[in-house]
Design a protein. Sequence first.
Length: 432
Amino acid sequence: LQQMAQICRGTMQVADLDVLALRATFDTISQYVTSSYEMSKNASQNPTKRLLRFVPPPSDAKPFINGSTVRGVIKMKCVKTKFVWNPDACDVREASTCEVYIKRTEHPFAKGGMRYVFEMVELSNDTTRMVAKETTHVQSTREDELCFVRSSCLAKHYADLLRSRLGDSVRVRLCHLYSVRHSKKSDANAVDYFCGEPWLPGVFMKWVSNDGYISKQMHAEAAECFAHFTLQESQGLHMVSDIQGVISNRNRWSGFIHLTDPQVLSLDKSFGRADLGVQGMAAFVSAHKCGAMCQQLGLSFGISDLLARTSGPTNSTALDTSLHDAVFGSSGTNAARHSRNVHLLRFSRCPEPFHHALIHGPELQELRLELQEAGHRFILSSGAKVFAHPDSFCRVIAAVGDRRLEKHDVVVEDDLEDLVLQALAKLPSKLR
């Protein structure tokens, strides 16, 4: 199930026997299926995408490749570069560079949102199981792959800081940059650059996404706390998101979480295509509820701090102006739009038809699509719904602030309120 979900650009969640959690799971799956279908149609028309076939993942029945494996592998000569985070420069620096020979499988066994995953070994140490992660596009650049390396290095830096204050709760797998110099076998799908890292076996989970989704699975509190910690430690400059990986041991309720492929969100959106910037940060803050771990660390960075960070005095890089526009909009039409009021509609009942009318009804369909395309999640973790124009969504979330919302609440800009009421008007009065 995990591999099927990854191949079709979805996620797999381990569901406990909880009706509300199961409903949220199916809501998430339905959204991903729609997105996957549209992406699949577009991919078939997009010549820049590599459409590869898949092989089964490593298992007891299919051992991991090693240095003596001959069939189904490609041998390459690469330059491997290791990086570490340099806090003084606020960027990565090269730690070491060397030439290595590797073998990787011809076909991937998994696929994420932007990359294929292959089995890989370095021939100088073929007992260490590794994975190669290559772009889904036909070509790769050093700059594109370095974005993934920078995210993993910064995430590890923050994980080390958290461990020094809270104990061993989060670890991050570093990835390294590989530059292909020569391939021993012709491969029409080969790329010039890719990332490699030690293989992380186990049941893969995603706790925090880059667009506001927060899981309620085991160890979710540690993942949320880590994201909140990075936001406060950097004072809103960075936030580690896409917090995903495995639990360190077989005991479901103890041990630390081991992360791979984190995505850093930054004010200047300098960490690649999945860096949603301040909008992603605002989506997380609006959905996050501090638990015991956050309280132990004294974490308090909230939406008001984030907005103050983005709307502060402009500096020489002129970043603050563009970020202010990203959250509040600029002059003209946007200024008029931001003069609208934000309303909180609290309904006395919220049966299943109530949710269906808001989530699937035709009255709000166009707005829902616009929000989805802009990367906004209009269903909060509490079940409350937020309906606002994409370019003012973060402002509306800010207006909500720390108010506790329930699943029967609807937050809406005043010019969209009629659409919400029209969607619910079709319901019998006893269901509203």
